[in-house]
Design a protein around this ligand. Structure first.
Ligand code: LLP
Length: 392
């Protein structure tokens, strides 16, 4: 929800822009820290939002970083995350990216294939380094989420399949510059039921036992991220139930003494603090469909076009009593029919110049923006404890 000061301020700004409510982020981080058992290590997944202001606050709360590119590793280091708090995942790390991780002695490479192990060992040998790794294992657990963000099924490109593990262990014995430190799992994103996590724990317990029987008790187990948020009700459920999430692992994960637990959360930390603010450019009233054409499009927020994702759309105009409402297809200016934020959205009657907020856009919004159609760079504005700092 936005107050009058915010709304009046937004009116003076050039749209579209992302607005980040730093107080929401602050409260989310407080609740995350309060819910996470003291011995759980949380790495923030930079891929969700790598905005420097946001990273600063997250670092302030003592989280580590989960990176999926060399540039994310650089950004994490620039922000002040310590190398020993950085994990580097990704199915296709380039040689340069691996070298960057090696040079900086990061905590862990999450390795996704035997081929990657060979290349990592070769590069580490060249550099006279030993790479700490976690094997990313594909647990074949269904996350029951959109198929584009499901990662833990055998058909997905991610991770090592359990039937390959004997060969991987034989290979590891021959790789002198690799040190096996952990096991890594990540089954998908926007997971709104805790059942897949319960199922994940069962699989992780079996796989952990398999390693223990082979005489390998790994130092850490990384359960990835994926905790989903409430896109329908961003105001009533601004912060997810981190407590319930961690309780699943407390209850169902069977650890060997001394094994550490790591997580890589992205969306659940940053999604609700961000909104995309846009202006209505034109109204096109048809017989069956009214279109509200905005100055923001799939170039600023691609999630609806790419995953048919729902985002709550709210008018930022002051409420008028006995207001007339209409149903609008809320669309952007991009030359693609998929450039639509929502169909048949019920809104107060809109006029040119009205402001709309597309909510829950703090995760995978700005980071996935593009300059397609040679659009302007996406801009952002932050609020900090009632004060508004302009970020551009
Ligand atoms: N760890 C790994 C290995 C991942 O692949 C991901 C997300 C995360 C952690 C963080 O997941 P989170 O807690 O944010 O769900 N662009 C899509 C989401 C892609 C997620 C990619 N991986 C979207 O907008 O829904």
């Amino acid at each position: 929800m936005f107050n009058d000061t915010q709304r009046n301020y937004f009116k003076t700004l050039k749209t579209p822009f992302y607005y980040y409510d730093m107080e929401v982020l602050n409260q989310t981080l407080q609740q995350l820290k309060a819910a996470a058992p003291a011995d759980y290590h949380i790495h923030y997944a930079l891929k969700a939002n790598a905005n420097p202001e946001i990273l600063q606050l997250i670092k302030h709360y003592g989280l580590g970083a989960d990176c999926v590119s060399g540039n994310e590793v650089k950004r994490a280091l620039e922000t002040g995350f310590k190398p020993e708090e950085i994990v580097f995942a990704g199915v296709g790390k380039s040689d340069d990216e691996i070298l960057l991780g090696l040079e900086n002695d990061i905590f862990c490479f999450n390795v996704e294939s035997s081929h990657e192990l060979l290349v990592l060992n070769q590069l580490a040998t060249q550099q006279g380094k030993t790479a700490s790794i976690a094997l990313r294992i594909n647990p074949n657990v269904d996350a029951y989420t959109h198929k584009y963000i499901t990662t833990g099924l055998e058909e997905n490109k991610f991770g090592i399949n359990p039937y390959e593990l004997d060969d991987i262990l034989s290979l590891l014995k021959t790789l002198k510059n690799i040190r096996l430190s952990g096991l890594h799992f990540h089954i998908g994103s926007q997971i709104t039921s805790l059942t897949p996590y319960k199922n994940l724990c069962s699989r992780v317990n079996e796989i952990n036992q398999f390693f223990i029987h082979k005489g390998l008790t790994v130092e850490h187990i990384n359960l990835g991220g994926g905790l989903g948020i409430n896109y329908k009700e961003p105001d009533t459920e601004a912060i997810v139930d981190f407590d319930a999430y961690f309780q699943v692992f407390k209850k169902f994960l069977a650890l060997h003494p001394g094994q550490a637990v790591h997580f890589e959360l992205g969306r659940s930390i940053v999604a609700q603090c961000g909104s995309l603010i846009a202006r209505v450019l034109y109204i096109k009233n048809g017989i069956t469909t009214n279109f509200a054409i905005l100055d923001a499009g799939m170039t600023e927020l691609i999630r609806p076009a790419l995953y048919q994702a729902y985002h709550c759309i709210q008018s930022l105009e002051p409420a008028v009593s006995e207001e007339r409402t209409r149903k609008y297809d809320v669309v952007g200016p991009i030359c693609e029919s998929s450039d639509c934020f929502g169909k048949a959205v019920v809104l107060p009657e809109l006029k040119r110049g009205n402001l709309l907020a597309i909510r829950s856009a703090g995760a995978y919004g700005e980071v996935m923006s593009s300059r397609y159609n040679l659009r302007d760079e996406t801009r952002s504005v932050y609020s900090q404890l009632g004060q508004i700092n302009v970020g551009f």
